[in-house]
Design a protein around this ligand. Sequence first.
Ligand SMILES: *Cc1c(COP(=O)(O)O)cnc(C)c1O
Length: 236
Amino acid sequence: MIASPNIQANVQRVREAIADAARRANRKPEEILLIGVSKTHPAEAIREAYEAGLRHFGENRVQEWEGKLPALADLHGTWHLIGNLQSNKAARAAKAFHSVDSVDDWPLAQRLDRAQAGKHPTEKLRVLIEVHLGGEESKSGVSEAVLPELAEQIARCEHLDLAGLMCIPPFREEPEEVRPYFATLRKLREGLEVRVGRKLPVLSMGMSHDFGAAIQEGATEIRVGTAIFGTRERGE
Ligand SMILES: *Cc1c(COP(=O)(O)O)cnc(C)c1O
C-alpha cells in the first residue's frame, strides 16, 4: 500500500516551487498555470485538490475521465485531455473536456472541429499541438517536419482555438538535461507565430521532476501528477 498523500500540502509545496523557479527566471508566478494530473487517481483526490485551490486538471484517457466526471459535476474546474486520443473518440473528448492538449494529427483535428461545431457552435474548443521532440520513449506527437503544416490547418478550423504547443521530452534523471528540449519547443512556437500570423501564447511543458527547468525555458503551463497526487500504481 502507498500511504495516502497530503494533497493540500503537496499543492502548497508545488506552488512554492513554481514561485521559486519563476523568480530565478525573472518571471511572475502568475504567468505559470498549474495543471494537476489526476490520471489513475479517484474523484475524491481531485475534489481534495480543488478544495486546496487547484482549478485545472489533466487526464489522459477519455473513458477514465467520463467515469469520474459525474462525481465532480458541481466543481467549476477546467478539464484538459493530455493523453493520446484516437480520432474515433474525438466527439466524446470534445464533450468531456474544455481543452485537448495533445492534438497530433489532421484527421483528429478535423473530427474535433466537427464535434465542437455540433456541440457548442458558438464556442471554440481550445487545443494544443503535441510535438514529438525525439527520443523513443514517447510515441505521440507530431514531428517537427510536419508541425508547420498541421498548425496552419488547425489555425483555419472555425471551431478550434489553437492556443500553443505541448511536449513530453524523454525522461532524464537530471532535469537540466531536458532543458534543450524545452528550449526547442519555445523556438518552434516563435517560428509558428510568424507562420500563422498570430500569437500562440501557450507552452505546456514540464512535469513533476522537471517543471523548474521548463519554467526557466518559458513554460506557461506545467502538468504535475506525482508531486500532487502521489505515485501511481500503474506506470503511465
Ligand atoms: C502523467 C503525465 C504527466 C504528469 O507526470 P508526473 O511525472 O506524475 O508529474 C504530465 N503530462 C502527461 C502528458 C502525462 O501523461
